[in-house]
Design a protein around this ligand. Structure first.
Ligand SMILES: Cc1cc2nc3c(=O)[nH]c(=O)nc-3n(C[C@H](O)[C@H](O)[C@H](O)COP(=O)(O)OP(=O)(O)OC[C@H]3O[C@@H](n4cnc5c(N)ncnc54)[C@H](O)[C@@H]3O)c2cc1C
Length: 488
């Protein structure tokens, strides 16, 4: 049996591995000259940057792929748990470390913010309960489906609907849980982990802090891009043929079932096709726009990002691996994003992989990945926005950290929403598929199996269960189960 996988994002790589383990002869087609999709890497001189994801949760989903493959004589993918997850800098001068240890984190919240420790512990316990109630159904099962609704977990959700907190915003849940606005802002930020707005996204998204604060945040020993390369090595070891620089031009069905794909002008037969490309570009480009129902066409993309990759002269002990410089008006910042603009005082995220992997920057230097939330591409003047936002970021770093970074920047590269779309095919440059700014988002994602074309499956951030590395890996797991159930 032959399987073709289109796109080598984490969802595509995981699907290729799972299909190879099942005994398929798998070919993975990738339009770029490297694997990984949004999980990318950039080298400028002696600097190495992870260009996309930087926060890594649920690494066991990657381990699971190695476990499935068994002993194939490969070094295991290695990572470590972070002791300090994120260092937060507030505009009023408050600095807070989000320690991985819950007791230490709770006491830091108390000592620095005067937030009662009990609030932190209770909140994280509630997040864990919510994850326990929802994760099997919303993350690891085909959805929406009869199977999910009538499973024991589905029935438990039905009996405890109010516990989902689906009809109040994440901000409202957080405001009721904490007495200090600093704590509320810290936990509101987790809405951005799937490109949403905490003032609109449902309280159900408070499951996200559970992953980071109760289970843990991790970092690969060789940097984020090694997630993709280790999966690529495993796939190849299992016999997957990885064909780079090959844009698939069409998915070819015949009489309601998959016949194959067209690549480089030639049809290649396949019994199964797994598509890892964004469905909002896959339907018009590879299938037919008419096949995507108006329901899915109505869905709004998640937010995007504007990122500066700076090689910076100096070492800055004030900064950790993950750093957040909060804005003074968080609500205003999201309102600006809704107007498809970037705030003049944006929250700035600085990720410095060299803090964990010293070889990522030359001696006496650091590699700064400096990101702000940005709206999806709607034809804005990005040159102008990049210029304006760069000035705002440099000023904010000076104001908040007392670092005049401008003269220390020795090299630079910029990533904008249009570039994200151009490189990865992500519709309008959205980072996480569709946004979760309404209570029905979980019901609005495209399913992992085609309803009209037999043996066509969908993985990755634009389909169920959504964007982010763990969810994309979960989508590949769901497709694996579908294929097993079909007896293929
Ligand atoms: C800047 C940024 C920061 C992020 N931060 C985080 C984070 O901290 N933590 C986290 O978990 N997630 C994060 N994410 C989200 C995460 O990166 C994505 O959800 C995930 O990597 C998407 O994987 P995917 O399987 O959907 O494939 P994608 O990464 O979208 O890859 C799709 C692949 O398909 C290829 N392709 C497209 N069309 C074709 C075609 N016709 N033929 C062949 N190949 C094609 C593309 O070139 C691409 O390689 C971030 C994303 C970005 C961009």
């Amino acid at each position: 049996m032959r399987a073709s996988v289109i796109g080598s994002g984490v969802g595509g790589l995981a699907s290729a591995i799972r299909l190879a383990v099942k005994g398929y002869k798998v070919t993975l087609f990738e339009k770029q000259g490297r694997v990984g999709g949004k999980l990318g890497e950039l080298r400028i001189g002696d600097f190495r940057f992870d260009t996309g994801p930087s926060l890594f949760t649920l690494p066991t989903l990657v381990d699971e792929l190695f476990n499935l493959a068994g002993d194939v004589g490969l070094e295991r993918f290695s990572y470590r748990k972070l002791q300090n997850i994120t260092r937060y800098f507030y505009p009023d001068g408050v600095t807070l470390n989000a320690w991985a240890d819950v007791d230490r984190f709770a006491s830091e919240m108390h000592d620095v913010l005067n937030e009662p420790e009990l609030n932190v512990r209770r909140y994280l316990r509630d997040c864990e309960k919510l994850y326990g109630l929802t994760s099997k159904t919303f993350m690891f099962s085909p959805f929406p489906s009869k199977k999910a609704f009538f499973s024991d977990e589905g029935k438990a959700i039905g009996k405890n609907v109010m516990q989902l907190k689906a009809f109040e915003s994440m901000h409202s849940v957080n405001s009721k849980s904490f007495v200090t606005r600093h704590a509320v802002q810290l936990f509101d930020r987790f809405a951005t982990y799937n490109g949403s707005n905490p003032y609109k996204a449902p309280g159900t998204l408070t499951v996200i802090p559970h992953l980071e604060h109760n289970v843990g945040a991790f970092f690969p020993e060789k940097g984020m891009y090694s997630i993709a390369t280790s999966m690529e090595t495993l796939a190849k070891k299992l016999g997957v043929e990885v064909v780079l620089n090959s844009r698939v031009q069409a998915i070819e069905p015949r009489r309601g079932r998959i016949a194959g794909i067209k690549v480089n002008g030639v049809s290649a037969a396949a019994d199964i096709v797994v598509n890892d490309t964004d469905i909002f570009t896959a339907y018009p480009e590879l299938l037919s726009p008419k096949r995507l129902s108006s329901f899915y066409k109505m869905q709004k993309p998640s937010s995007s990002a504007l990122i500066f990759y700076w090689g910076v002269k100096g070492n800055f002990p004030k900064l950790d691996l993950h750093n957040i410089l909060f804005s003074s008006d968080y609500k205003g910042e999201f309102n600006t994003l809704m107007r498809k603009d970037i705030s003049i005082d944006p929250t700035v995220y600085i990720f410095i992989s060299a803090k964990a992997v010293p070889t990522d920057a030359p001696m006496g230097h650091e590699n700064w990945f400096v990101m702000v939330n940005a709206p999806e591409d709607c034809g804005q003047n990005w040159d102008e926005l990049v210029k304006r936002t760069r000035i705002a970021i440099v000023e904010k770093i000076k104001r908040t950290l007392g670092i005049d970074v401008e003269p220390l920047i020795v090299c630079e590269n910029v990533l904008t929403p249009p570039l994200i779309e151009q490189r990865t095919g992500s519709y309008r440059g959205a980072l996480y598929g569709i946004s979760s700014n309404n209570p029905f988002a979980a019901f609005s994602r495209h399913p992992n199996r085609s309803r009209s074309i037999q043996n066509l499956y969908f993985v990755g951030g634009s389909v169920h269960p959504g964007g982010g590395i763990p969810l994309c890996l979960a989508s590949a797991k769901i497709v694996d189960e579908y294929i097993s159930e079909a007896g293929l």
